[in-house]
Design a protein around this ligand. Structure first.
Ligand code: SF4
Length: 391
């Protein structure tokens, strides 16, 4: 939700990487209802849930060679709302993809209203060792304003339940810039979360995506967008509080306690191959080929569709290098310019000169990075640095 630039697609190797090779992403495209800001692919119609799970397992068998010989090391169930899956479907899916001793990080995205003692025990029994929970805010009016189904208290109870159920690696999402949110209420949400000491926190700035309910309300003058000054203030409150609490700010929107960077997401940011299964999932194979599955449950499960149904995403060299640039410069490690072709290193440094002078970019040897205080402006910096079509 943060930023305006296209989603990054590949990056160089990070010297402080926690990356494991071989990553599987599974997209579960079902949600209880649609949040007002959301433009991800999801549907509340759950009739084809079982068929989607069967097709995902079929897709895995057909495509697993794309990851190469190595066993997969991370498994990530995202969505949509994977915690919506009934226990028997979750188990069938996990059993088909999970090999004990191979996966080092098995993450499931959950919403607080789905967390119970029983389902937590079930997730654990199926191999889940990391939970990523969408909290967004602890202030009920702010949650209501964007159509979230839980309250702040529900989120706190869900954290307790997950902890009591043995989840020792917990990531929580927050959103700033929500309608009606103030710097004070944002600070209160962060404080409440930090009391729980989650191992990982992702904090995103709300964006108004075309066609969402929230954007229509904005266009109708029913709500106001947070000003740039307020968003900047919220981001600096976030950075300050996370720093004081001992979290490492390792990517523009991501903070981790020592040893708890997300292995799976770090893999995306460092260009590791990943296999994306399910409607709307994207993939990058070991030869650098990108594929995406159409965002359409009906097409994905149709028995007469040729399967797998993924489409190859033709990416030219300029797009590939720009992906490297965008993704790397959004991490604290930054970009190692010597990973670029020689003729582009000079071009990049020439473009970066004015930002280096203003302190919005730092250069240390061949490492180029955006310091934390300029991170929020990374989109405008990156826009100036992107390579043109002459690469
Ligand atoms: S739960 Fe997540 S994926 Fe589903 S509608 Fe809300 S934000 Fe979108």
């Amino acid at each position: 939700m943060l930023g305006i630039l296209p989603l990054p697609r590949s990056v160089r190797k990070d010297t402080q990487s926690v990356v494991e090779t071989g990553m599987i992403y599974v997209h579960i495209p079902f949600c209880h209802s649609k949040c007002a800001y959301c433009d991800f692919y999801s549907t509340p119609d759950r009739r084809r849930m079982g068929a989607v799970v069967d097709r995902i397992l079929e897709e895995y068998e057909l495509r697993k060679a794309e990851l190469g010989e190595e066993p997969s090391r991370t498994l990530y169930f995202g969505g949509g709302t994977p915690s919506i899956l009934p226990p028997e479907l979750f188990e069938r899916l996990a059993e088909g993809l999970y090999r004990i001793g191979e996966i080092s990080e098995f993450t499931i995205e959950v919403n607080p209203e789905d967390v119970s003692k029983e389902i937590t025990a079930h997730w654990r029994a199926c191999g889940v060792n990391r939970v990523s929970m969408g909290i967004q805010s602890f202030i009920d009016d702010e949650l209501n304003a964007v159509g979230r189904r839980h309250t702040g208290e529900d989120a706190l109870n869900a954290i307790d339940t997950l902890r009591e159920g043995g989840i020792e690696n917990l990531s929580c999402d927050l959103i700033y810039g929500l309608p009606g949110q103030t710097a004070e209420s944002w600070a209160r949400s962060i404080d409440l979360l930090l009391r729980e000491r989650p191992e990982h926190v992702s904090a995103y700035c709300l964006t108004y995506e075309p066609g969402t309910r929230l954007t229509r309300r904005l266009e109708a003058g029913l709500i106001e967008e947070a000003s740039e000054a307020l968003v900047e203030k919220m981001y600096s409150i976030l950075c300050e509080k996370m720093r004081s609490a001992g979290y490492e700010h390792y990517e523009i929107s991501n903070f981790a306690r020592q040893g708890y960077r997300s292995k799976h997401n770090s893999g995306y940011w460092t260009g590791q191959p990943y296999l994306g299964l399910g409607p709307g999932a994207h993939s990058l194979d070991k030869d650098g080929v990108r594929r995406f599955n159409p965002s359409d449950v009906r097409a994905y499960t149709a028995a007469n569709e040729p399967f797998p149904i993924c489409i190859i995403d033709e990416e030219d060299e300029t797009a590939r290098l720009n992906d490297i640039l965008i993704t790397a410069l959004r991490t604290s490690e930054g970009l190692h310019t010597n990973s670029l072709p020689a003729h582009l290193q000079n071009e990049l440094l020439a473009g970066a000169e004015s930002f280096i002078r203003s302190g919005e970019l730092k250069a240390e040897g061949c490492r180029l990075y955006i310091p934390e205080e300029a991170m929020l402006r990374s989109d405008s910096i990156l826009r100036e640095l992107l390579f043109d079509n002459s690469v």
